[in-house]
Design a protein. Structure first.
Length: 301
């Protein structure tokens, strides 16, 4: 009798968990279907086309590694890669430094602090938009606002020495998202640590470098990884503001990939560029994770 009751309970429990599993699968289906159709299948298609001579208008023709062999002999490939790396290596550290400095200022609780946080975050929402890129282009035009305020006539976007710097400045201006993450992390640091440091007579710079900065290294690492990936994938600013000019000084990697696909209809070659970019981003991410154990503090407060 007891065995029969136990079996009945197991059957009821099994049916309950089966219904839960079915419900979970049903709720996950939209994400699974969307991820499959819009991410996985296009990626597999692009991988296939990277081994083909394909221009959209004609059927794809298998050419093996020919696209990859051409790629490494392409001077524009190396130029676009150099420009993108220079952009990322300059803009990402500057953005994180500004984000951290502003986060320190916004830790103070004043009636206007929420307003300041929203104001500083606003460029991160609007920075990649077409409208702001056009506005940035007009600001730095020969007859733009900056030249009028300074009383000079400098072609900021028309000379190779300054064009990339203008785009880097736009990226640094978009430090709001990193700033909010820093603010949230600093609010989690126990005040008892600061009180103990104050009792010991530590000044503010020493408190920052001995308490705040070490406890922020995990947050710095997260922002560094995300912003590095975003920096390597930059596209909109170069396409809208400079179109890669002058003399390819702002020819970003993704912009060059776009041009090959939609301007020259070399879809197979563009797909090969895309997969090389995935490899480059993966290498940078792996390098950052490999160095993590040397400088990131992951202990508790």
């Amino acid at each position: 009798m007891n065995m029969t009751r136990i079996q009945q309970r197991h059957q009821i429990a099994g049916g309950f968990f089966d219904r839960e599993k079915t419900a979970g699968v049903i709720f996950c289906l939209p994400l699974i279907i969307g991820f499959s159709f819009f991410i996985v299948i296009p990626m597999l298609n692009s991988l296939f086309y990277s081994f083909c001579d394909y221009n959209i208008l004609k059927p794809a023709k298998w050419v093996g590694l020919e696209n990859y062999a051409k790629l490494f002999q392409d001077a524009k490939f190396w130029k676009s890669l150099t420009v993108t790396l220079k952009y990322a290596l300059i803009s990402v550290p500057l953005k994180l430094v500004f984000a951290l400095l502003v986060a320190l200022l916004l830790l103070r609780n004043t009636p206007l602090t929420p307003f300041y946080r929203a104001t500083y975050y606003l460029p991160s929402i609007m920075g990649a938009s077409v409208a702001v890129s056009i506005l940035w282009k007009r600001m730095f035009a020969l007859d733009g606002l900056l030249n009028r305020l300074l009383g000079i006539k400098v072609p900021w976007l028309g000379q190779t020495s300054t064009a990339l710097g203008v785009l880097i400045l736009l990226s640094v201006w978009q430090f709001g998202s990193s700033m909010l993450i820093f603010v949230a992390s600093m609010k989690q640091i126990p005040q008892t640590l600061y009180e103990a440091a104050e009792i010991d007579g530590a000044n503010k710079p020493k408190v920052f470098f001995k308490i705040t900065l070490p406890l922020l290294t995990s947050t710095i690492f997260f922002n560094l990884v995300m912003q590095t990936i975003n920096g390597l994938l930059v596209f909109a600013q170069g396409q809208i503001i400079t179109v890669g000019k002058p003399l390819n000084s702002t020819l970003f990697y993704v912009l060059y990939m776009y041009q090959q696909a939609f301007d020259f209809y070399k879809v197979g070659y563009s797909a090969a560029l895309g997969w090389v970019l995935i490899a480059i981003v993966s290498l940078f991410t792996a390098f950052l994770f490999a160095t993590k154990r040397f400088w990131v503090y992951e202990g508790g407060y």
